[in-house]
Ligand binder design. Structure first.
Ligand code: SF4
Length: 298
């Protein structure tokens, strides 16, 4: 079983649309059919806009513990407020209260409370789902607004997807990674076989490519680059090419700038379904071929 993650150092590069296209291509490829999909962008999951998942399993997710003060037992000594590193305990309306959005569940307040007035409870922070799609089984999740620990949720859905992929004897997991370089990205790229970095020819595209690359180097993940919105800015694109050459990072495809990605998404289709004969669709087919050849080499 191979795991491929599609990442970008920033949002808005077209990563999710490209992931959906790769899922489309893999699903129609006899050698890799059928992929297992993971939407690891749990803070703003939107792969489902294109692949229309039909949920058949949903499981509550709890990222950790939250402190709650038993007001009957509290003697208002203030010890908990003074030790809280996250300023999550405040004295308001004549009583000490915990802000559940600020509490990181470290339990320090519980340990210093002389009255035993603090209990730690497990709260539901989101849900993860297993769904059927026209391209294969999909594991995705929603983190409730304001909730943290999205890296842990990414790990949870990846593990579920890995187990399911092995049990079904499937060969490929395609992961739509979170944007940026934070904890959820680390959870999405750890132990992966191949990262496909989607970037765009712009100053911020180049800057964020450098950032995500550092993360991928750290985790020793073999990486390829796809330039989306190619032709939009010739100067920025040549700087991007020079950078990739210096880093010995293969650019495996350039997808021309097109509004068809947006039109396809509006119609809940991949670009390959929406405009199969366009130049962008041709570029995507070539990219899929290189990805396959790279996976076959290992
Ligand atoms: Fe109340 Fe315990 Fe906090 Fe003191 S440490 S204010 S008793 S909850």
């Amino acid at each position: 079983m191979k795991q491929v993650v599609i990442v970008s150092g920033k949002g808005g590069t077209g990563k999710t649309s490209i992931t959906a296209c790769l899922a489309n291509l893999a699903a129609n490829d006899a050698a890799w059919h059928t992929p297992v999909l993971v939407d690891a962008d749990v803070d703003a999951a939107n792969l489902s806009l294109v692949i229309s998942p039909e949920v058949h399993r949903q499981v509550p997710y709890s990222g950790g513990l939250t402190a709650v003060i038993d007001q009957e037992a509290c003697i208002s000594c203030g010890a908990c407020e003074s030790v809280c590193h996250f300023s999550a305990i405040r004295h308001e309306n004549d009583r000490y209260q915990v802000d559940p959005f600020g509490c990181e569940g470290c339990t320090l307040c519980q340990r210093v409370c002389p009255a035993g007035a603090i209990i730690m409870i497990r709260q539901e922070n989101g849900r993860w789902y297993q769904s059927g799609t026209r391209f294969g089984e999909c594991f995705h999740a929603d983190l409730y607004p304001g909730q943290g620990n999205s890296g842990k949720l990414v790990t949870v859905i990846r593990k579920q997807a890995e187990q399911w992929t092995r049990n079904q004897g499937q060969k490929l997991m395609l992961i739509d990674g979170p944007p940026g370089i934070g904890c959820p990205v680390m959870a999405a790229v750890t132990g992966i076989d191949l990262a496909v970095i989607v970037t765009e020819p712009s100053a911020s595209g180049l800057h964020d490519l450098g950032r995500i690359l550092q993360t991928l180097y750290h985790f020793r993940v073999p990486s390829l680059v796809v330039v989306n919105k190619s032709g939009m800015n010739g100067e920025a694109e040549s700087r991007l090419a020079t950078f990739c050459q210096q880093e010995r990072l293969p650019i495996v495809g350039r997808i021309p700038f097109t509004h068809q990605f947006v039109n396809a998404m509006i119609n809940q289709q991949t670009l390959l379904e929406h405009e199969p004969d366009g130049t962008a669709a041709d570029a995507l087919r070539l990219i899929w071929n290189v990805i396959k050849q790279t996976l076959d080499k290992d």
